[in-house]
Design a binder for this molecule. Structure first.
Ligand code: AMP
Ligand code: ZN
Length: 120
């Protein structure tokens, strides 16, 4: 995909702080971290979102997410890890190449959870 920023990172056309790589996935630092150590895990091939991604690729991605979450927790001393994925504009997805956010979290870091609703 010519204009996809994450495809360009995969093709080394633009720089990124790549921290790990598997056959079908790449992990690199988010350029605008929620907290320091915020990592994105993406498939090397271009799929717009989770629903478009083949199961075998997703299995590799989630295994990588677990490995990176452990590494980020250990490297940052985080109290916890948020794993976040947004699919399509309504959710705030800005880059249309599947990516899973791995965000180190600290007690009292001020990030607000969503407010739950109610069923009738
Ligand atoms: P989302 O809003 O869920 O689609 O997340 C897109 C993420 O990509 C944001 O957190 C951006 O900071 C991040 N991002 C955009 N461009 C780059 C880049 N060149 N290198 C690393 N992260 C990027
Ligand atoms: Zn792409």
């Amino acid at each position: 995909m010519e204009n996809c920023i994450f495809c360009k990172i995969k093709d080394k056309k633009i720089p990124a702080e790549v921290i790990d790589e598997t056959d079908n996935s790449l992990a690199f630092l988010d350029i605008m971290p929620i907290n320091k150590g915020h990592v994105l895990v993406v498939p090397k091939d271009h799929y717009e979102n989770l629903m478009e991604t083949p199961d075998d690729v997703l299995k590799e991605i989630i295994t990588e997410v677990k490995k990176i979450a452990q590494a980020v927790k250990s490297a940052t001393g985080a109290d916890g890890i948020s794993v976040i994925n947004r699919n399509r504009r309504a959710t705030g997805q800005e880059v249309d190449h599947l990516h899973i956010h791995i965000v180190p979290r600290f007690s009292g870091d001020g990030l607000k959870p969503w407010h739950g609703g109610k069923y009738a």
